[in-house]
Ligand binder design. Structure first.
Ligand SMILES: *Cc1c(COP(=O)(O)O)cnc(C)c1O
Length: 426
C-alpha cells in the first residue's frame, strides 16, 4: 500500500514551506482516497489536468481574448485558450465557446448580463424540483435582481411537465427561459423548451452543468442545437478543473456573451484553469471518455435500482444520467440525518430537497447520489450494487434504531475494502 501521508504532487516544497496548509491538503487527500464519493457534482481529475492547473500559467494576466489582450506576453496564454476553445467547439458541436467563466455561476451571470436588464423576468426549474440557485432563487443574485418565476415537476410523475412550462411561459412572458438543474435525473425536452421560448420571444438558456460530460460523450441528449445559449461547469461529469463555459451558435449572441464575461463580469481569466480546461476537453474527445460516460449512466442506474429494490423511494422512479435523488420521507428520515450517518461509514452524499419538500434547506427530506466520481476510480456494476447495500444497511439501521458499533464497523470495513481496491492516481 502506498504512503497516504505524502501527497505525490508537489509534496516536498509545500510541506517544507507551509506545514499548516500542507497538513490540511494531505488530510483531504486521505479523505478523498478513503471515502466513497457519491456527491453528484464531484469527480476526480486526471494527473494531467491537475498538473496544468498547478502550472506557471497561474502567474499570468491575460485580460481580453486570444489575439486581443490588454497585457503583453500573452502568446502562450493565447495558444492554450485557443486550444480550449477549439476543443470545446469540437466536443459540443457549436460555433462559439467562451472558456473564461470562473465557475458555473459566473457562466450563468454572464448570460444574464448579456441579455437582461435588472427587473426582467426569468423562468427556471424550482429548487425543490431539482433546479439550481442561480436559476432565480430568492437568495441568489438571479432572484434578487430579476423577477423570478419557476416551473415545477409534476407531483405524481415527478417529471417536468411541458404543458405547465408552456402555460406559465405564455402567461408570464419571461425574457429568459432556463432549462437544466442540479438534482433532476431525467432527460429534458430541449426542442420543446426552444419552441416555447420562440412563442413568447424569450431567450432559451440550457444549463448542462451536471450532464456536460454525458452530453459530450453522446450518452445524454445535447441542447446545443436548440438553445440560444448553453452554459456549463467543467468540473462535474466533464471531469475537468473547477470552472465554467458558455457555448453558442450565433455570432451576435457570441459577441454579447464575450463582452458580458469580460469586461462585464470578470477581469483576468484564470489562465491555469483555462489550460486545465483544454487538457480535460482533450481527454473528453478521446474514445475512452465515451466508455467512461456510458459506465457512469449504467452505474447510476444500478445504484438507483438497488436502493429502490431495498425499499427506498427514488424520485421520478429512476435516472437517465449520473445522479439519483432519494426521497427519505417514507422511511421518516431527514436528508441531514442520512448524510451524517453515511459520512460515519465513509460514504459521502449530500442532503437534498425533494419535490414538495417541507423541510428546511439545511435539513431536507432527501439525499442526492451520483456515480461520476467512483466510476472514474474504476468501480462498476458490482461495486455500485455493494455501495447500494451499504447505504441500505446504514439507513435501515438508523431507521429501526438497531444500528450498533459492530455493524457500523463492518460496513466501514466494506468501504475501506472498496477504496483500497480502486485507488486514486494521486
Ligand atoms: C453546479 C451548478 C452550477 C454552478 O456551478 P459553480 O461552479 O458551483 O458555480 C450552475 N448550474 C447548475 C445546474 C449546476 O448544477
Amino acid at each position: 500500500m502506498d504512503d497516504l501521508s505524502l501527497p505525490k504532487i508537489n509534496s516536498l516544497d509545500l510541506q517544507q514551506a507551509d506545514s499548516e496548509a500542507w497538513d490540511a491538503i494531505a488530510a483531504e487527500r486521505i479523505r478523498q482516497s478513503r471515502s466513497i464519493e457519491l456527491i453528484a457534482s464531484e469527480n476526480f481529475v486526471s494527473r494531467a489536468v491537475m498538473e496544468a492547473q498547478g502550472s506557471v500559467l497561474t502567474n499570468k494576466y491575460a485580460e481580453g481574448y486570444p489575439g486581443v489582450r490588454y497585457y503583453g506576453g500573452c502568446a502562450n496564454a493565447d495558444a492554450v485558450e485557443n486550444l480550449a476553445i477549439a476543443r470545446a467547439k469540437a466536443l459540443f458541436g457549436c460555433a462559439h465557446a467562451n472558456v473564461q467563466p470562473h465557475s458555473g455561476s459566473q457562466a450563468n451571470q454572464g448570460v444574464y448580463l448579456a441579455f437582461l436588464e435588472p427587473g426582467d423576468k426569468i423562468m427556471g426549474l424550482d429548487l425543490r424540483s431539482g433546479g439550481h440557485l442561480t436559476h432565480g432563487s430568492s437568495v441568489s443574485v438571479s432572484g434578487k435582481w430579476f423577477q423570478s418565476i419557476s416551473y415545477e415537476v409534476d407531483a405524481r410523475s415527478q417529471l417536468i411537465d411541458m404543458d405547465q412550462v408552456r402555460r406559465i411561459a405564455l402567461k408570464e412572458r419571461p425574457r429568459l427561459i432556463i432549462a437544466g438543474g442540479s438534482a433532476y435525473s431525467r432527460q429534458m425536452d430541449w426542442a420543446e423548451f426552444r419552441r416555447i421560448a420562440d412563442r413568447v420571444g424569450a431567450i432559451f438558456m440550457a444549463d448542462i452543468a451536471h450532464v456536460a460530460g454525458l452530453v459530450a460523450a453522446g450518452v445524454f441528449p445535447s441542447p446545443v442545437e436548440h438553445a440560444h445559449v448553453t452554459t456549463t461547469t467543467t468540473h462535474k461529469t466533464l471531469r475537468g478543473p473547477r470552472g465554467g463555459m458558455i457555448l453558442s451558435a450565433d455570432a451576435e449572441i457570441a459577441r454579447r456573451i464575450d463582452a458580458a464575461v469580460f469586461p462585464g463580469l470578470q477581469s483576468g481569466p484564470l489562465m491555469h484553469v483555462v489550460a486545465a480546461k483544454a487538457v480535460a476537453l482533450g481527454e473528453a474527445l478521446k474514445p475512452a471518455f465515451r466508455t467512461y460516460a456510458r459506465a457512469v449512466v449504467d452505474n447510476a442506474r444500478v445504484l438507483c435500482d438497488r436502493l429502490s429494490q431495498g425499499g427506498l423511494s427514488v424520485v421520478s422512479a429512476g435516472t437517465d444520467c449520473h445522479l439519483g435523488v432519494i426521497d427519505l420521507r417514507p422511511w421518516e428520515l431527514t436528508g441531514k440525518a442520512a448524510e451524517t450517518a453515511l459520512e460515519q461509514i465513509g460514504i459521502t452524499v449530500n442532503k437534498n430537497a425533494v419535490p414538495g419538500d417541507g423541510a428546511r434547506p439545511l435539513v431536507t427530506s432527501g439525499i442526492r447520489v451520483g456515480s461520476a466520481a467512483c466510476t472514474t476510480r474504476g468501480m462498476g456494476a458490482d461495486e455500485f450494487r455493494e455501495i447500494g447495500d451499504m447505504i441500505l444497511a446504514t439507513l435501515g439501521g438508523i431507521r429501526s434504531g438497531t444500528m450498533n458499533a459492530r455493524t457500523l464497523k463492518s460496513i466501514h470495513e466494506g468501504v475501506s475494502d472498496l477504496t483500497g481496491r480502486f485507488p486514486l492516481p494521486y
